[in-house]
Write a protein that binds this ligand. Structure first.
Ligand code: MRU
Length: 309
């Protein structure tokens, strides 16, 4: 099942808000459709957001829209994943937005496979790997970053298993990462986010591998909950790896200066339209954590394993 594909001058996005129980594609015919899909998380995950945005810019170009305006609106869709800005700038600098978007689509798959190959070198036979959120094929065009490392280690015949944090508030771990691992027949267990430290304390986790929305000076940004996992990993001496392509690197900003998206309180108050907290409860809903460099063992990229910035 593809995260997205381009057909007959339309962008088809697998609607990730419906997974794993329904598999439907949302057809985007305008760049505004793509912006809405990014905002509502029909498409999510840093590399997937980037490639979808590139196709969105191609739609704007084909419809003879004002490209500067479209670029600004696209960049305003979500603030934290740098791949969005990288992708829009790259398309804007090209002569042919559609050809560039199609190239980025192909590159993403190649990048992830190379990242997987490098990342698999740090995974040992029999490892149990904890991951947070979904940095899988669904967060990219295919294969995935953190789950790509796990896929590659599995393909090499290492007898690994995976533990997925459910990842509140919208459950990318429970809904998406568990589903991806099940599709590949990789042994997987689901835990609530608060159980990650407990499993490390029990000695049940050998490695942590997560993705990133941004790698910058001072650390990385990734889904809320990543910091607590990193702190527990440090305390219990579990190696903590971040898998991210070079398109996720921001060489201009400190990680502490970037905008952390604050999402709708409704995501926290309940789930799937069912209210859990008392009516009128005040909420904070930061969508991303900053994990400082000193908690990171290495950054797995398509060109090898690097030290944090
Ligand atoms: O809010 P999301 O689902 O877009 O957040 C996604 C993540 O935090 C991923 O871990 C990150 O984008 C890396 S995806 C390869």
């Amino acid at each position: 099942m593809k995260t997205m594909y381009w057909k007959d001058d339309l962008l088809c996005l697998l609607d990730q808000t419906l997974l794993p129980h329904e598999t439907e594609y949302l057809i985007c015919g305008t760049y505004q459709d793509v912006i809405n899909a990014i905002k509502t998380m029909v498409v999510r995950g840093a590399p997937a957001i980037g490639v979808a945005a590139a196709f969105g810019m191609a739609l704007a170009y084909l419809a003879d829209e004002d490209m500067e305006k479209a670029a600004q609106e696209m960049k305003d869709a979500r603030p934290t994943a740098v791949n969005l800005f990288w992708a829009v700038d790259r398309v804007m600098a090209s002569d042919d937005p559609l050809t560039e978007a199609l190239l980025m689509y192909e590159e993403d798959m190649d990048t992830n496979r190379r990242m997987g190959m490098h990342g698999a070198t740090v995974i040992d036979e029999g490892d149990t790997i904890l991951t947070h959120c979904n940095a899988g094929a669904l967060a990219c065009v295919d294969f995935g970053t953190a789950l790509g490392v796990i896929r590659a280690a599995n393909q090499e015949g290492k007898n690994i298993s995976v533990v997925c944090d459910e990842t509140r508030p919208v459950l990318q771990g429970a809904r998406l990462s568990v589903w991806e691992m099940q599709q590949e027949n990789i042994p997987v267990k689901l835990i609530v986010d608060g159980a990650a430290g407990r499993l490390m304390q029990e000695g049940q986790i050998n490695k942590v591998v997560i993705g990133a929305d941004r790698v910058a000076k001072g650390g990385i940004a990734n889904k809320i909950g990543s910091l607590m996992v990193a702190l527990a990993a440090k305390r219990f001496n579990v190696p903590f790896y971040v898998a991210a392509p070079k398109s996720t690197f921001d060489h201009e900003n400190s990680i502490y200066d970037i905008e952390i998206e604050e999402r709708d309180p409704e995501e926290v108050l309940g789930f799937a339209g069912c209210q859990a907290a008392p009516w009128g409860t005040e909420v904070r809903n930061p969508s991303f954590d900053v994990v400082p460099s000193d908690l990171i063992t290495g950054i797995i990229t398509e060109d090898g394993i690097l030290d944090p910035l």
